[in-house]
Design a protein around this ligand. Structure first.
Ligand SMILES: [Zn+2]
Length: 445
């Protein structure tokens, strides 16, 4: 196979994709070992040795390395083997059937993220077969458990198999995509993920004397808690515009219909205008990109309607942007709550957010690859509002990005974690070419 046989390489990606989707790696329980064995077998077919390791029974992780001369740092191509559950009642096809229908491959994991894993794998095979000399190692890494917090996957690799990352400078993984223009003629908009917001697990605990529900008083534990939450939700924490976020919105403005992106070039100033601010914050995704968020998600009081409990508890999903300081946030929450009878605590150690700069050699190469994939596309750095494994690899000292050479409209990406998840043959075929060319650009000697 030669590197110009893109149709053939694409066909192979489609075939492997269908086989990979037939392996049920729903987490829990994960059973990623079955997926790791499949990947090992494919690699072995091309003479690429791999190492598989279980972090717990059935929880498989795999690494394989295509060696370069190491004059430059390696690139870790990682994906998670596990998928979220699929409720078959709402699917029109078997979520683990690997069905090919009307130009689409269907299955749980088609987008999130067995497809990215297959693109990385097939790119590696194609480069190996073409005997391209490399200046960087290319490291394929498949991990367990991303959908449930990565304890048995990326985190385990970072703690127990750090050698798998040896000599690496970069990590590349999921998300980031090319959003097709919603209307004909509209410019596509692509993002490369450079950071993720991370969670600060806040708990508010109000305490008071218990009593009978028939004779309440103002300062029962639940009443205190409700007032504290009210003060917290009403408090305005100032937005903070990271330079990368400013760049994201400035680029987005250039693809929005005339007028819609007015004010996006200078967000900090624009957000001081109450009318702009109200408009901007009405979009919950945009709002989350410029501030620390507080979502009250779990509430607990009495077990019985007529019992005033001695304790009332609220758990909050607080999400931090890169540069946020957990201690400062906790102190701020205490101050706006202003009630010494409401304790503010953390239920686990927070994951301090991290960020990879959008000016590295890899970032530039990714942007070039996206521009080749979708001519005219506007590329911007993106901060995800939710967690991915890239956070773990940044902690290991790598620059880590989310890269997806997938041109998708909203209807397609809305199937992630949803029903009838699928990927088109065209997207896979073009995607494998895009990924391979990008890796050659970065790593060919
Ligand atoms: Zn994922």
């Amino acid at each position: 196979m030669e590197l110009k046989d893109w149709m053939k390489i694409g066909d192979e990606a489609v075939d492997l994709m269908r086989r990979y989707l037939r392996i049920d790696t729903t987490n829990p329980p994960g059973n990623e070992m079955a997926g790791a064995r499949f990947l090992a077998q494919v690699l072995d077919g091309d003479g690429i040795a791999s190492e598989t390791a279980e972090s717990a029974p059935g929880r498989g992780n795999l690494v394989a390395r295509l060696e370069g001369d190491r004059s430059l740092g390696g690139i870790v191509l990682h994906h998670h083997i596990d998928v979220v559950y699929a409720d078959e009642r709402y699917w029109t096809v078997d979520p683990f059937g690997g069905l090919l229908r009307d130009g689409y491959v269907y299955g749980r994991g088609a987008l999130d993220m067995k497809s990215t894993g297959i693109l990385q794998l097939v790119a590696l095979l194609a480069i190996k077969r073409a005997k391209v000399p490399l200046k960087r190692d290319l490291i394929v890494l498949a991990t367990a458990d991303e959908e449930a917090g990565s304890r048995f996957g990326a985190q385990w690799v970072a703690d127990e198999r750090r050698g798998w990352l040896e000599g690496a400078e970069y990590a590349l993984s999921e998300l980031g995509l090319i959003a097709a223009g919603a209307t004909p003629g509209r410019v596509p908009f692509a993002s490369i993920v450079i950071s993720e917001k991370t969670g600060l697990p806040l708990r508010l605990t109000a305490r008071s004397d218990p009593g009978h529900g028939s004779m309440p008083w103002p300062d029962t534990a639940p009443h205190r808690l409700v007032r504290a939450l009210g003060r917290l939700l009403a408090a305005e924490r100032l937005p903070r515009i990271l330079p990368e976020i400013q760049e994201y919105f400035a680029r987005m403005a250039s693809v929005l219909p005339a007028g819609e992106g007015a004010g996006y070039e200078r967000l900090e100033g624009s957000l001081r205008d109450p009318a702009f601010r109200a408009r901007f914050f009405a979009d919950r995704h945009r709002a989350a990109l410029v501030r620390t968020t507080f979502a009250v998600t779990m509430l607990k009081g009495s077990e019985k309607r007529n019992v005033i409990p001695p304790e009332a508890v609220a758990d909050l999903d607080c999400r931090m942007l890169a540069g946020d300081d957990p201690e400062e946030i906790v102190a701020w929450v205490r101050q706006v709550i202003a009630d010494p009878h409401v304790e503010v605590s953390l239920t686990s150690t927070p994951k301090v957010p991290n960020l990879s700069p959008p000016d590295t050699e890899l970032y530039k190469s990714l942007a070039d690859a996206l521009r080749r994939r979708a001519p005219g596309v506007v590329v911007a750095p993106e901060i995800m509002t939710r967690f991915t494994d890239n956070w773990v690899f940044r902690r290991c000292g790598l620059h880590a990005y989310g890269f997806g050479p997938f041109v998708l409209d909203e209807g397609e990406w809305g199937r992630i974690h949803g029903n009838d998840e699928r990927i088109s043959v065209e997207t896979l075929t073009a995607g494998v070419r895009c990924s391979t060319e990008m890796l050659l650009d970065m790593a060919a000697a």
